[in-house]
Ligand binder design. Structure first.
Ligand code: NAD
Length: 335
């Protein structure tokens, strides 16, 4: 399928989207597992230069194993998930797009914003769907927080995302690897751009930054803070949001979301536990991608948004200006 189908074509053709995954490591294996179960997808093959790994996953899921994305594309696909290491996103995504296939690129979209923009431009020119794998947007707890703060006057957001060193170190530090998730959430929660960044980072043990405290101001005036590191023995992911009327606390791992509101002069207030749906975030993300491929409607996380979040993350890296106005270009996170 060279171009996303029009909605009426979607109704006419109910055939599953022929899809492959390239890069069958931790994340790629998860994509392949979910795709193999999704009714709207036909997982045709997985690709990885580590043939033993590709074959193992292929045997388990009942699809073909190939060595790289060129062999994958030769199988005649509608779409490809790119879950290879980040520095390979750019060349692989450009080849996939040139072949007329839609593409879901894992986060971060690329190693540099220039590469990210090239991917966005290529997809637009070819008329294929491009989605970025900011999977946290599909976490039901994140959705519950987003619902709780909709139409509120948002004052501040504080996100903690800490844990141990990843089992395999990539060639990016904790800002590009982890904080980019939360930069995307801050843009999405506020529905606005980040205008100011005040980063503090440090390479305490690793070669690249492994600890970061990042502060932001958005175009709407909301303040935001990210505490992230690879120096904590356990994983924690929490979101605190202050609005002029309520304080919302979400735990993205246990998926508990609570709001505190109705503050009274005697110091008392009300607390409510919010309902959080059950859903696997990756499944919801892939369903959204497949729907975009079929209908041609923009996916929930566009290439432009992936580049915008990467741009902010890059502005937080050591060497970037200590307090940078990230960009005067007006962008808006889809809300
Ligand atoms: N959305 C998320 O929450 C999330 C979580 C983890 C990783 N990621 C992203 O997914 C990507 C992969 O991360 P990972 O943790 O799965 O890494 P990983 O090291 O576990 O897997 C990468 C795989 O890519 C393979 N590979 C290497 N060169 C390749 C090539 N030319 N073509 C195809 N495959 C190739 C490797 O052999 C390996 O199997 C990164 O971009 C990372 O940022 C996203």
């Amino acid at each position: 399928m060279a171009h996303p189908a029009a909605p009426d074509q979607e109704r006419a053709s109910n055939r599953p989207v022929r899809i492959g995954v390239t890069g069958i490591g931790i994340m790629g294996s998860n994509h392949a597992r979910v795709l193999a179960e999704l009714p709207g997808a036909e997982l045709v093959a997985v690709a990885d230069p580590d043939q033993a790994q590709a074959q193992r996953v292929a045997n388990f899921l009942g699809c073909k194993a190939v060595g790289d994305h060129h062999e994958l594309l030769a199988l005649g696909l509608d779409a490809v998930v790119v879950a290879a290491p980040t520095h390979l996103h750019h060349p692989i995504a450009l080849d996939v797009i040139a072949a007329g296939c839609s593409v879901l690129v894992e986060k971060p979209v690329a190693s540099t914003t220039e590469e990210g923009r090239e991917i966005v431009a290529a997809a637009r020119e070819k008329g294929v769907t491009l989605m970025i794998g900011h999977v946290e947007r599909f976490n039901p707890a994140v959705r519950a927080i987003k619902d709780a703060i909709r139409d509120e006057n948002l004052l501040s957001i504080a996100i903690t995302r800490v844990g141990p060193f990843p089992p395999r170190m990539s060639n990016v530090g904790v800002v590009i690897d982890l904080a980019v998730h939360d930069i995307d959430l801050i843009r999405w929660f506020t529905g606005s751009d980040i205008l100011e960044v005040q980063p503090q980072t440090r390479a305490a043990i690793a070669e690249r930054e492994d600890i970061a405290l990042l502060q932001f101001r958005t175009a709407t005036g909301a303040l935001a803070h990210i505490n992230t590191n690879w120096l904590t023995p356990f994983k924690a992911r929490t979101v605190h949001v202050a609005t002029s009327k309520k304080y919302v606390i979400g735990d993205l791992l246990t998926r508990q979301v609570t709001e505190h509101f109705d503050y009274r002069p005697d110091g008392s207030y009300s607390t409510r536990h919010l309902p959080v749906a059950y859903a696997e975030p990756l499944r919801a993300e892939l369903e959204n991608f497949l729907s975009s491929v079929r209908t041609g409607r923009p996916p929930e996380v566009t290439g432009e948004e992936g580049v915008a979040s990467l741009e902010i993350a890059m502005a937080c890296l050591p060497g970037a200006a200590a307090s940078a106005r990230a960009s005067s270009t007006k962008r808006r996170a889809v809300g």
